[in-house]
Ligand binder design. Structure first.
Ligand code: FAD
Ligand code: EPU
Length: 303
């Protein structure tokens, strides 16, 4: 079968993830426009495989054997990464799903648009961040999103208002769809210097409490209602636990860091051990936040 121009075969995925772990994608498409995206989806249809969507790879654990399907990564230097002000609305921004989240936080802040400083220090793309409703104690990206243009896996494009995007703590109804771009509303009359100060503060706070200097996928588990997974894991004695190159961070017990050469199998084994320790000690079953790509598809279960 002929490969569409945006598709390559057997492409290593480790370098596309912040964990630096994982085998190859059987096929990787990096479409630069809607036509190429539609072509890649038609190719997946002909192969009979369900595609997986890759953003910045900062919330992903890819299996050592890689994935036997088509992975779609919207081109980072393409129309999918464009950021524009909405000419009709002083608070409005049109943001492509492949735009980098850290860049968006900086650009909107410099323009005096307020609201995204609380996301400073979070890596990834706007599409991945929206899919996960990324955020922290002081807010999440979903609360600023007014609507999204999305494509289903058959190539049909629609616009969905926020109410249909189902933003809740670290989840949304973007799962199983391809987000193309978003309309955000951000209060427009902020003072850029003051926003820059807050961005610096959030970044510094994160760097103090999280191991941002080592490869990881951020927090491994979601917080259980009313508590912190990091606190529970710490109290269960998990800090410093190690399986091969994978280690529970000494700085934050809800981070696994790749000390060099860690395999996905080692990380999964460590995740299970951490979960079991908290269940035994506190009777709380932690749910992974990190998305896991096995050979056949995406899930968040670790059995
Ligand atoms: P990916 O990891 O590439 O993908 C994540 C999920 O989104 C996958 O299911 C993928 O299929 C889907 N996806 C990606 N792009 C699209 C798209 N265009 N359309 C539909 N689905 C898509 N998260 C927080 O919430 N708060 C934090 O403070 C935080 N800190 C972090 C710190 C570090 C050091 C790291 C490594 C991660 C951290 N994270 C944090 C996790 C992560 O950054 C977020 O979940 C988010 O930004 C992931 O975006 P991504 O583009 O990397 O998504
Ligand atoms: N704590 C410990 N030991 C640890 C880690 C934390 O005792 O090893 C305690 C802290 O002292 C604090 C409490 O747990 O009293 C909460 O810790 P923190 O402020 O670090 O927040 P968190 O709940 O662990 C959440 C998000 C982070 C986000 C921060 C900042 C989740 C799962 N985690 O962490 O998001 O950066 O708030 O607001 O919601 C992510 O989702 O990947 C992520 C990193």
């Amino acid at each position: 079968m002929n490969l569409p121009s945006s598709v390559r075969e057997q492409v290593g995925l480790a370098g596309f993830t912040t964990f630096r772990i994982g085998g190859p994608a059987r096929w990787l498409a990096e479409p630069g426009n809607r036509d190429e995206l539609a072509e890649a989806l038609a190719f997946a249809g002909r192969l009979g495989v369900g595609p997986l969507i890759l953003g910045g790879g900062s919330n992903l654990l890819v299996a050592d054997a890689g994935v036997e399907t088509l992975v779609i990564r919207l081109g980072p230097d393409s129309e999918f990464a464009r950021v524009r002000r909405d000419m009709a609305d002083p608070a409005g921004w049109r943001v492509g799903a492949a735009a980098g989240l850290p860049g968006l936080v900086g650009e909107t802040g410099r323009a005096g648009a307020d609201g995204l400083a609380v996301l400073a220090g979070i890596p990834g793309t706007v599409g991945g961040a929206a899919r996960m409703n990324a955020g922290g104690a002081d807010g999440a990206i979903g609360q600023h999103i007014v609507s999204a243009r999305v494509m289903d896996m058959d190539g049909n494009e629609t616009s969905l208002p926020a109410a249909e995007l189902g933003f809740v703590y670290r989840d949304s109804r973007l799962a199983g769809r391809i987000a193309l771009d978003f309309t955000l509303r951000l209060p427009p009359n902020g003072e850029p210097a003051e926003i820059a100060r807050r961005i610096g503060e959030y970044r510094a706070r994160k760097a103090r409490s999280q191991p941002l200097d080592l490869p990881s996928a951020g927090c491994v588990f979601k917080n259980p209602s009313g508590d912190s997974a990091g606190r529970l894991l710490d109290a269960a004695g998990c800090k410093g636990w190690r399986r091969g190159g994978a280690e529970v961070s000494q700085r934050h017990a809800n981070f696994i860091v790749n000390r060099g050469g860690a395999s996905a199998a080692e990380v999964v084994e460590l995740i299970r051990t951490m979960r079991d320790a908290v269940e035994q000690r506190f009777g709380v079953v932690l749910e992974p936040e990190v998305r896991i790509w096995s050979q056949t598809g995406e899930h968040h279960g670790i059995a």
